[in-house]
Write a protein that binds this ligand. Structure first.
Ligand code: ZN
Length: 177
């Protein structure tokens, strides 16, 4: 059952994100990003909770596609939908406020949501180091690193090995200059 659920989440995410691209120079398919989170958790982190892997695959689906909470709940149930909602920004707020809200919320979300959020920040730092958004200068990249580190401060205590992965990426901040 859990294998089927994970495949179903990957397929649903691929379908919903099918017309979106990442902001890197190559404009990579958006689905690469949720797949990267799932890989960080399952392959690098050894996380074996299917709901966490599914939530990673679906983590941007409410924020960035037309998917509704009702649709997600009907397909994946309350637990996965709950984790996704915990890592979904309130888009009615302005961007700077949303970023501060992430810092403020991080310590209060569930352990499952903390893992998804930690994987998201790991993937984003990796992307900025390896294939940054075409129009981002050094200052903006560096600001992102510092903000991500503040969010991760509130996520600590769930997975030491993945926190160490984040820390080693954060230390590479000087490469951005
Ligand atoms: Zn993400």
């Amino acid at each position: 059952m859990s294998t089927a659920l994970i495949v179903k989440a990957a397929q649903f995410a691929a379908e919903k994100h099918r017309n979106q691209r990442r902001k890197d120079v190559d404009a990579s398919p958006y689905i690469n990003h949720p797949l990267a989170l799932a890989s960080v958790l399952a392959v690098e982190g050894g996380v074996e909770t299917p709901e966490v892997i599914c939530a990673a695959l679906l983590h941007d689906i409410i924020e960035d596609t037309d998917t509704t909470v009702e649709e997600l709940t009907a397909l994946f149930g309350d637990r996965i939908t709950g984790i996704v909602l915990e890592v979904t920004d309130d888009k009615s707020l302005d961007k700077a406020v949303r970023k501060e809200e992430q810092v403020r919320h991080a310590p209060h979300i569930s352990p499952e949501a903390k893992l998804v959020k930690l994987a998201d920040k790991i993937c984003n730092l990796r992307d900025i180091l390896a294939s940054p958004p075409a129009d981002w200068g050094a200052g903006r990249k560096s600001d992102y690193f510092d903000w991500a580190n503040r969010v991760v401060t509130g996520l600590r205590g769930e997975h030491a090995a993945l926190e160490a992965v984040f820390d080693s990426l954060y230390k590479r901040q000087s490469e951005l200059l």
